[in-house]
Write a protein that binds this ligand. Structure first.
Ligand SMILES: [Mn+2]
Length: 262
């Protein structure tokens, strides 16, 4: 069964976590303090779901009443372990009691809304990483995955790790233009091609909302052509999480320092 059916009125969507369990506990507490109805979190990758992190995340979920975390995988993930698991399962891969890794593509049906998840990105720092240990080519979405993604139902909300071209978010365009971290040309070219592939899906399915992580830039794009993009911050940044009302598609930013209500 590839599809996921949920009935949540409000869900949380969270950007990169980088295996930072201190932050994960803080942001999940803040999510629940902002709206105690939230039971489901869509996490947008760079989660790093390994054997050390997952039991801690399960305990955090138990403690704060989160039933499920669905992960749109990123590039900085243990792909050497994940990729074979993804090939073995038809649907989302349950890697712990609460954490599920989403296939590429994967559709999620929440009340009357259709979500499309398409995880993955190209690591622009791959030349500083070790293939098979800290970097794997499986991180990237393939053209076959992108082709499958545009064949599904009409989409209201798209969940990705990588950003898209044309969101109208100037802070993202500035990073691409200025390359402030001095990433090398080869990976930057591969990253641009990957971004173009994700953008081609975004242009084909035309969701009202797209949420992504990856860039570590918290920013909200303008409504352009009836579409809007949210670039979520990573652990330690503002706007690591937002709440989405599934019925009216309103988005609320979770304050990272929110405290549980008495
Ligand atoms: Mn990241």
């Amino acid at each position: 069964m590839r599809d996921i059916h949920l009935d949540d009125e409000v869900v949380a969507i969270a950007g990169d976590w980088h295996g930072n369990t201190t932050h994960i506990e803080q942001i999940i507490r803040a999510i629940r303090a902002t709206d105690a109805r939230v039971k489901t979190i869509f996490q947008l990758g760079d989660f790093w779901p390994d054997a050390h992190i997952l039991p801690v995340v399960d305990r955090i979920c138990d403690r704060y009443g989160i039933e499920a975390i669905y992960v749109t995988l990123g590039n900085h993930e243990p792909w050497g372990k994940i990729a074979p698991q993804m090939r073995e399962w038809l649907g989302a891969v349950p890697v712990s009691r609460h954490v599920h890794l989403l296939q590429r593509p994967q559709w999620l049906f929440v009340r009357n809304r259709v979500f499309l998840s398409l995880g993955g990105a190209v690591s622009v720092d791959q030349e500083w990483r070790t293939p098979g240990e800290t970097w794997w080519p499986d991180e990237a979405v393939t053209p076959a995955m992108a082709a499958e993604a545009i064949m599904g139902d009409p989409i209201h909300i798209m969940l990705t790790h990588d950003m898209v071209d044309g969101s109208g978010i100037e802070a993202l365009d500035a990073i691409l233009r200025d390359n402030p971290y001095g990433f090398p040309a080869g990976p930057l070219r591969a990253s641009a091609e990957h971004r173009a592939l994700i953008t081609s899906v975004w242009d084909a399915v035309r969701p009202a909302l797209l949420f992504h992580g990856h860039m570590h830039v918290p920013a909200i794009g303008p409504v352009k052509d009836e579409r809007q993009v949210y670039s979520l911050g990573c652990d330690g940044q503002p706007m690591n999480a937002v709440l989405l009302n599934v019925d009216d598609l309103t988005v609320t930013v979770v304050a990272n320092d929110a405290h549980p209500s008495p």
